[in-house]
Ligand binder design. Structure first.
Ligand code: NAP
Length: 484
């Protein structure tokens, strides 16, 4: 599979044991270009017996890989990162075709992923165990010493969503590989092409056969089978809360890392720098059409500054460019028609429940222009439900106390932001918010990738971030020395 051969309508194969194979089912799945509705490519629809073979191969390959010195593993990751950078233009083109990601955002995703892989390789070199002495514990036998080591878990199943296919796939693959696991990667059907290409670059970088296998297929036929398979030792999943909860219910005792939906809120206080808050909120709501887990999905304004903020926010939003992803736009097509229908249903419901539609984004099939809804209350579905689209949801409150209570009135707990020039207030509010991370004077943001990205409540289980992801993909093992 070579980049120079990419043509629209191509049939892709899946990657197992270093080879590109056809599924035994002979079935294919079509991938569409969201911005024109045309078929972009076809993927293999794997059968359960293909999955059995892949997992058998991953299990065998892992045994050798875990004995490969970590500096050799790091060299391979570094070479893969270099190849990603060399192919960045082609990969960002592909992202714009398969998920309608504006070119500059696709390029950012690709370059960020190369950085993440390099940092993960470096962090892996620093991974070490510890030594404990039994005489440090009051009631212990004195003559014991423990060497505590970190071991890989085995075969990691990585499942990724459509919105950051490259970044979210390889932010799982890199920590898994550096710590000696093998990986079975199941990309989102819409987003699989760029993942297959990057996986090919890992092979070109010298990754041994079978250490990274990539499977494609219908979730309805192989999803549950994969997640409950006895040869999977860990699942690292990013996607919607409903699918995440379902996977958790069928995966038995497997360790889980789950990054799920979000409903990130921004609180803007009366002493905030409003120009900064407007700029951050416009980017936070609309970048990549709001199809981001950390998109700003609620703007909570204290009454005193609400009118001024809204006026400035409308002005800035009207300046945004909307259109095809290969033009220089911020808002492009939603991933499919169902996604756009869902956005429409949230807007209609809000208007029915007395919200004010102050910017009425027009719609062309699955392309939605920016929408602003003011006076949202808890009667509206959008107060609670995750809008994965370019819709600003403005909630007006009396004061800080009510702002905190509205922000916490959500089943999600990814991130939140507070805009204020009073640092004491910022810290006091941050400590009251039930979320994984709080941004002060900035929009929600997953990066930089060495920061922890904790997910709580219905937003997930565990912590991603380079060092934390490596830790989650290893287990502690102690060897205890007993002395006479
Ligand atoms: P999704 O529908 O949940 O799909 C995610 C992945 O799960 C896809 O690869 C999908 O495959 C697969 N899948 C579906 N059913 C499965 C099953 N039964 N077993 C195994 N795999 C299954 O999510 P999405 O629409 O792609 O992504 C949007 C959601 O992801 C939003 O809720 C967003 O907030 C969340 N997200 C969260 C984060 C975070 O860091 N917290 C980051 C990005 C996105 P198919 O495509 O083949 O169906």
């Amino acid at each position: 599979m070579l980049f120079s051969n990419i043509k629209d309508g191509d049939t892709y194969r899946y990657l197992v044991n270093g080879k590109w194979e056809k599924s035994s089912s002979k079935d294919l799945i079509e991938v569409y270009n969201p911005s024109n509705g045309r078929i972009l490519a076809k993927l293999q629809s794997l059968s359960k017996s293909d999955i059995d073979d892949v997992l058998k191969n991953s299990k065998v390959s892992q045994k050798k890989w875990k004995n490969t010195p970590v500096n050799e593993r790091a060299d391979i990751l570094m070479r893969a990162a270099d190849l990603i950078v060399q192919n960045a233009e082609l990969l960002s083109d592909l992202l714009s075709k398969e998920i309608s990601k504006p070119k500059h955002l696709g390029m950012h995703e690709v370059m960020r992923t190369a950085d993440l892989i390099r940092s993960t390789a470096e962090e892996g070199l620093r991974l070490h165990g510890e030594y404990l002495d039994g005489n440090a514990f009051y009631h212990s036998a004195k003559k014991k010493k423990a060497l505590v080591d970190r071991e890989p878990l085995g075969v990691v199943l990585a499942i990724c969503p459509f919105n950051y296919p490259v970044n979210l796939s390889f932010s799982k693959v890199a920590p898994a590989l550096i710590s000696g696991n093998s990986v079975v990667l199941k990309p989102s059907t819409q987003g699989a092409l760029s993942v297959l290409h990057v996986s090919d670059l890992f092979s070109q970088a010298g990754l041994p056969q079978g250490v990274l296998n990539v499977v494609t297929g219908k979730s309805s036929s192989i999803g549950d089978y994969l997640c409950s398979h006895k040869d999977v030792n860990m699942i690292s999943f990013t996607g919607s809360t409903s699918v995440g909860k379902h996977i958790a219910s069928i995966s038995g005792m497997k360790p889980l890392m789950m990054e799920l939906g979000g409903k990130d809120g921004v609180i803007i206080l009366d002493d905030a720098d409003l120009d900064l808050a407007v700029k951050e909120c416009v980017q936070g709501v609309y970048s990549y059409s709001g199809q981001r887990c950390t998109a700003v999905k609620r703007i909570i304004l204290v009454e005193k500054i609400a009118n001024v903020f809204v006026k400035k926010f409308v002005e800035e939003t009207k300046k945004l460019k909307t259109g095809d992803p290969d033009e220089d736009v911020v808002v492009s097509h939603l991933i499919n028609r169902d996604a756009a229908d869902y956005i429409k249903s949230l807007i209609d419901d809000a208007v029915k429940n007395k919200a004010k539609l102050i910017l009425d984004g027009k719609r062309k099939y699955n392309l939605y222009y920016p929408v602003i809804l003011d006076n949202i209350t808890s009667k509206c579905r959008i107060f609670y439900e995750e809008q994965f689209g370019p819709v600003a949801c403005i909630i007006r409150v009396k004061d800080e106390k009510e702002a905190v209570s509205v922000l916490n009135d959500s089943s999600y707990g990814l991130q939140a932001s507070v805009f204020t020039n009073n640092l004491d207030k910022a810290f006091s509010i941050a400590s009251q918010l039930d979320v994984g991370a709080v941004q002060i004077n900035g929009k929600s943001d997953r990066g930089p990738d060495n920061f922890p990205f904790p997910c709580i409540k219905d937003s997930g289980i565990g912590v991603q971030g380079i060092k934390y992801s490596i830790e989650s993909m290893t287990r502690l093992k102690s060897i205890v020395l007993n002395f006479k």
